[in-house]
Ligand binder design. Structure first.
Ligand code: BGC
Length: 417
């Protein structure tokens, strides 16, 4: 039978250190949690720091052949210029555990958290932030890098900038500072560029990108120029600015495009308040008779993945879906979400879009930043009492697709629910 996905397609889950490891004590997030500035504490998180072998075993048993993880800069460099040998040894064991199970590592070098010492100097706005990051990346590349092909330098600059400097619900808790948000995005892209060069200098043919959050953005009423303008501005700020900044002599300084896709936003112009330029989200039902939302209020809209992949294809690079998932405890909805997004992905591939892999956010429920443990993104549920990982039905479906390379039939998707 013909396959929908090639044999070498990457199938896996994505995670981030602070969300799963536990006791990330030298990071800015830990400091903010301890100071009571965040509504939830990460604490022991999912104890992945100790349980990583068991977790990778779970992934392997369910058909994964890849895994996205982040290395915690705050652990590796707990004080400026002081690199922690034990932390390096730990991640060497983690990477060996992945390889032993045939899981291709996709390594993020910075996923939202920063070392506390850097945050105290201004985080990404500190004058030496980029230089410091490049030095950390060089240490990692030399100590751990051989054999790692896929690299993500930073995660979602626009999301970090928005939460940290506009809505102000994440460290460093600045509100309404669009100017600083724009500077942070520019600095994170500059950090990406220097990390890109460092990785290419030290390693043989690495594939380097940054993970980009790409919602599908459209105007509420395409007939109203104000809605169109608000949507275009929001799209420029959230999606295109990073691709524009990362260009060098007309070409993107990327080896592939890393797409994090969750949702669409339908934008309506509003002439007042903070929404002035970017409009407000329109949640009316008239954009399709059955709009579905997850527990964070994000719309489930698989067509947006297809469109986003087609749009990214214009950059002329291979694409990796580095995050896609849903926060829900409704198993039927998770199955629907997964099978429809995989169909969207297969459709883009069939039309010639070069997508190399799909990484589900996430392996098991974890610490969802300011939402703590209240959002359920996992292929497996996490028992809050004993931390047991309990595979949800969607995990079975994921395993079948990954093993066979074939899309689920409609009745199969229904059965798994
Ligand atoms: C982030 C993850 C986060 C996920 C779900 C992405 O923006 O990279 O850290 O948990 O979305 O909200």
């Amino acid at each position: 039978m013909e396959r929908d996905f090639p044999e070498d397609f990457l199938w896996g889950a994505a995670t981030a250190a602070h969300q799963v490891e536990g006791f990330n004590v030298a990071s800015d997030w830990w400091a903010a949690e301890e100071a009571g500035l965040l509504p939830h504490r990460s604490g022991a998180a999912c104890r992945h720091l100790e349980r990583f072998e068991e977790d990778f075993e779970l992934a392997r048993r369910y058909g994964h052949n890849a895994h996205r993880l982040s290395l915690e800069w705050a652990r590796l460099e707990p004080r400026p210029g002081v690199f922690d040998a034990e932390a390096f040894a730990h991640y060497a064991r983690v990477l060996a555990a992945l390889r032993a199970r045939g899981l291709e590592p996709i390594v993020t070098l910075q996923h939202f958290t920063l070392p506390r010492w850097l945050a105290e100097r201004g985080g990404w706005l500190a004058s030496d932030a980029i230089e410091r990051f490049a030095r950390y990346v060089a240490e990692v590349a030399r100590a751990l890098g051989s054999g790692i092909r896929w690299w993500l330098t930073v995660n979602e600059p626009t999301v970090l900038a928005k939460h940290g400097y506009v809505t102000g619900d994440w460290p460093p808790f600045r509100r309404g500072r669009w100017d600083l948000a724009m500077r942070v995005i520019a600095r994170m892209i500059a950090a990406h560029e220097s990390a890109y060069r460092v990785l290419h200098e030290i390693l043989a043919r690495p594939l380097v990108s940054f993970a980009h959050s790409l919602p599908w953005i459209e105007p509420c009423d395409p007939g109203r120029w104000r809605d169109r303008a608000a949507a275009a501005l929001r799209r420029w700020f959230l999606c295109d600015s990073c691709f524009w900044l990362v260009r060098e002599r007309g070409r993107p300084l990327l080896d592939f495009v890393a797409v994090n896709y969750y949702t669409r936003s339908i934008v309506r112009w509003r002439a007042r308040g903070r929404a002035l330029l970017f409009g407000v989200d329109c949640l009316d039902p008239h954009h399709g008779d059955r709009r579905r939302f997850d527990e964070l209020g994000q719309e489930v809209w698989p067509e947006g993945l297809y469109r986003t992949l087609c749009r990214c294809a214009r950059l002329g690079l291979p694409i990796l879906v580095t995050e896609n998932g849903i926060a829900t405890t409704d198993d039927g909805l998770r199955i629907e979400h997964l099978s429809e997004h995989l169909r969207a992905l297969a459709r883009a591939r069939a039309e010639g879009v070069d997508v190399r892999g799909y990484l589900y956010w996430t392996l098991f429920d974890n610490y969802e930043w300011a939402r703590g443990f209240t959002a359920h993104f996992g292929l497996a549920a996490l028992d809050p009492e004993n931390g047991e990982r309990r595979p949800r039905p969607a995990m079975e479906l994921f395993a079948r697709v990954a093993r066979s390379g074939r899309l689920p039939r409609t009745e199969e998707a229904g059965e798994a629910a």
